[in-house]
Write a protein that binds this ligand. Structure first.
Ligand SMILES: Nc1ncnc2c1ncn2[C@@H]1O[C@H](COP(=O)(O)OP(=O)(O)OP(=O)(O)O)[C@@H](O)[C@H]1O
Length: 273
C-alpha cells in the first residue's frame, strides 16, 4: 500500500476542539488473516469535535471504528480510548472500555416492540453489573432516560413502541440510548445512510451539537461529501486502509476530497448527492 498525505495538517491538529484527546491511535495496523486492512493509522479525537471519516467502500472506516472497541484483529500499534488500551483490553477492562464508547449504526438497532423509553434505558446496561441488571433500573436511570430523550428532542414519543417511529426519530432514540451510557466518545458508523437528506441533516446537526455542547467527541463515517463538509470540524480520509488526508473541514471541498474515490469502481457522483 502507498499513500500520500495531501493536506498539511498532522493527525494531532485540532479544529474547534479543546483539551487532551479522548482517543489516541498511533501506527495502527489491522489484518484479517493475511489481508492488511488498516496500516499506519494515526488518529486523535478531542473533546468538542466532530470528525468525519471518509473513504471508498472497503477503505477501512468500519474496521477503524471496530478497532476502538476491541472488535478488530489489531496486529500492531496503539489505541488508547478514554485511558484504556483497546489493543489488549479483555474481560472487565474491555467491558468498561465498551461502556465508554457510545455507538450509533445505520440500522438503529432498536428493539422494535419495546417503548422508546425502554430502548433508551437499555443503554444503562453497559455500565450495570449483573446484580444491577437483576435489580432492575433505578429511578436515576429513569430520570436520565427522560433527560436524554428530551436532549434529542423526542421525549413526547417516550411511550410509543420504537417500531412506530420514522427512521429519523429512531436514530434519535439510538443516540439517546448511546448518551445513556454516559460515553466518553461516540462512534457513528454511517448513521444517516438510511435517511432522506432532510432527516440526515437533522441527525448530523444533533450529533454535532452533542459534540460541541456536551464535549463528547464524535467520529462519524459518511459517504456523502456535502454532508461531511457541512457537519464536521475535521475530516479524515482513508484510502486502501491508510490515512490519505486529514485536515480541518474549512480547508476542504468536494474537489479536494474526490481523490479518496479515484480509481474506484463507484461513480464519484454517488458521493456528491
Ligand atoms: N470480518 C472480516 N473478515 C475479513 N475481512 C474483513 C472483515 N471485515 C472487513 N473486512 C475487509 O476489510 C476491508 C475494510 O472493510 P470495512 O468494512 O472496514 O470498510 P468500509 O470503509 O467501512 O466499507 P463500507 O463503506 O463499504 O462500509 C474490506 O476489504 C473488507 O472486505
Amino acid at each position: 500500500m502507498s499513500a500520500t498525505t495531501l493536506t498539511a495538517a498532522a493527525p494531532s491538529v485540532r479544529a474547534s476542539s479543546q483539551g487532551s484527546p479522548v482517543v489516541t491511535v498511533r501506527a495502527l495496523q489491522v489484518a484479517y488473516d493475511t489481508e492488511l486492512v488498516l496500516d499506519r493509522v494515526d488518529l486523535d479525537l478531542h473533546p468538542g469535535e466532530m470528525v468525519a471519516l471518509l473513504g471508498a467502500s472497503g477503505s477501512g472506516k468500519s474496521t477503524l471504528m471496530k478497532s476502538l472497541t476491541g472488535f478488530a484483529p489489531i496486529t500492531s500499534g496503539t489505541a488508547d480510548v478514554a485511558g484504556r488500551d483497546a489493543t489488549s483490553a479483555s474481560g472487565r477492562e474491555l467491558r468498561r472500555l465498551r461502556a465508554d464508547v457510545g455507538q450509533v449504526f445505520q440500522q438503529f438497532n432498536l428493539i422494535p416492540r419495546l417503548s422508546v423509553f425502554s430502548n433508551v434505558l437499555t443503554g444503562a446496561l453497559h455500565r450495570a453489573g449483573p446484580l444491577n441488571v437483576i435489580g432492575g433500573f433505578t429511578s436515576e436511570h429513569r430520570r436520565l432516560a427522560m433527560h436524554y430523550l428530551d436532549r434529542v428532542g423526542i421525549a413526547h414519543k417516550a411511550k410509543e413502541p420504537a417500531r412506530s417511529l420514522s427512521g429519523g426519530q429512531q436514530q434519535r432514540v439510538a443516540i439517546a440510548r448511546a448518551l445513556m451510557q454516559q460515553p466518553r466518545v461516540i462512534l457513528a458508523d454511517e448513521p444517516v445512510a438510511s435517511l432522506d437528506p432532510k432527516l440526515a441533516t437533522s441527525v448530523l446537526e444533533l450529533l454535532h451539537d452533542i459534540a460541541k455542547g456536551d464535549g463528547i467527541p464524535v467520529l462519524v463515517s459518511l459517504h456523502v461529501l456535502p454532508l461531511a463538509l457541512a457537519h464536521s470540524d475535521r475530516i479524515i480520509g482513508l484510502r486502501h486502509g491508510e490515512i490519505l488526508l486529514t485536515a480541518p473541514t474549512a480547508q476542504l471541498d468536494s474537489e479536494k476530497l474526490s481523490v479518496l474515490y479515484e480509481f474506484e469502481e463507484v461513480d464519484d457522483d454517488d458521493h456528491l448527492a
